[in-house]
Write a protein that binds this ligand. Structure first.
Ligand code: KG4
Ligand code: ZN
Length: 361
């Protein structure tokens, strides 16, 4: 059979991502990637404002696709299909990517492959590594927190998810509340990355206690709102005690970040352990299966959280994987790769251009 090449487009949130991936046996080779991030803009506004995100996608999409194709040194002739995120995400943002993908498909007569954003995150690690189905996947990002068993390219079994905030959202809100990004060394970083860097600079022993969420529940649900509220209250108290100016960061911000990150990691580890035990008990991962854990989504780029998850996994003889850090966060490569996975598993796949719409769930 021939080697597939797919162009992927991602615009579900605030990153305009394009990627071109070529099939390489059961894995993939990245031959082009382009990312325009709106990180700085939204940090300034204190969150993503959908119409602004949309405007930036519209401004960037054509240039992103053209630059990506140019860099990859191929032509549209060599591309087998266009894959695009059509769910879930901000409807206005998704619309820009989908509209552009349809335009490309019409112009160059290519099939369109609609992609589920979270499924793409969950499959990305398979681009570079041989991870057979089924495997356990912890999806942790700015918008989501899910523990799933990936049984196949489009077969996902949900074990549990967050009942309120996502961990990345908690990081972003606390980084902003701390005013971390006012410090030049954290300028341009995501909230999660800023907290990770600040935490790594702390030398003092544990200072701040945070409660363990859902401690008495024996299921796989997550909750981050309580930790976030706790952290916010604590910051207000520390600001008062230290009489900090409105734009000033509390003196113990490094220790604060380390202990907050530690609390988030502890909760994730606690629920992951429950998920693994349950999956083994119920035979969702059975005797003959290779035991693998994939940590995916923007928050998977966090070394402390990844290591902490790997330790729990290792205890149950699971090997842990994650995609290269830049591919943990939103990008076009993961969409292209999901397109290839789909075509490999279902070679005759074809979607009707007119029937593919944005779905917001
Ligand atoms: O997957 P992603 O790019 O977008 C969503 O689909 O949400 O994830 C973005 C999230 C942001 O909340 C950001 O703060 C977080 O991932 N993030 C991190 C790190 N890098 C990005 N969180 C913790 N540690 C990091 N190093
Ligand atoms: Zn994402």
């Amino acid at each position: 059979s021939r080697t597939l090449t797919v162009l992927g487009i991602e615009t579900s949130c605030d990153d305009t991502g394009v990627g071109i991936v070529k099939q390489d046996g059961t894995r993939g080779k990245i031959i082009g990637e382009q990312l325009f991030s709106q990180q700085n803009i939204h940090t300034r506004f204190g969150g993503i404002i959908p119409p602004i995100a949309k405007d930036h996608h519209r401004e960037n999409i054509d240039r992103a696709v053209k630059t990506c194709i140019e860099k990859s040194q191929i032509t549209m002739d060599e591309i087998d299909a266009v894959a695009v995120t059509n769910r879930p995400g901000l409807p206005m943002s998704l619309e820009i990517g989908l509209r552009y993908a349809k335009y490309l498909c019409r112009k160059f007569s290519k099939p369109l492959i609609p992609i589920h954003h979270m499924e793409a995150h969950a499959l990305t690690a398979r681009l570079g590594e041989n991870i057979p189905f089924p495997y356990m996947c912890l999806l942790i990002s700015g918008g989501h927190c899910q523990l799933v068993i990936v049984k196949g390219v489009d077969k996902f079994y949900l074990l549990g998810e967050s009942i309120d905030d996502a961990p990345g959202e908690a990081f972003d809100k606390i980084a902003r509340r701390l005013k971390l990004q006012n410090l030049p060394e954290f300028d341009g970083m995501s909230g999660g990355r800023a907290i990770e860097v600040a935490a790594s600079q702390s030398e003092d022993p544990t200072k701040f206690d945070f409660p363990l969420p859902l401690a008495r529940y024996r299921d796989c649900q997550f909750s981050f709102a309580g930790l976030k509220n706790n952290a916010q209250r604590l910051i207000s108290k520390l600001e008062q005690e230290n009489e900090t100016r409105p734009d000033e960061v509390i003196p113990a911000y490094r220790e604060f970040c380390r202990d907050f990150l530690g609390a988030i990691a502890k909760h994730i580890r606690h629920r992951l352990q429950r998920g693994i035990e349950y999956s083994l008990q119920e035979g969702l991962i059975s005797k003959g299966d290779v035991r693998s854990l994939v940590v995916a989504g923007g928050v998977a780029a966090n070394d402390f959280i990844f290591r902490s998850c790997s330790e729990v996994a290792k205890h149950f003889n699971f090997e842990s994987f994650r995609a290269p850090k830049r591919l943990c966060a939103d990008n076009g490569v993961m969409i292209a790769w999901n397109g290839i996975e789909k075509l490999i598993s279902e070679p005759t796949f074809s979607a009707n251009l007119e029937e593919v719409n944005v779905i917001n769930k």
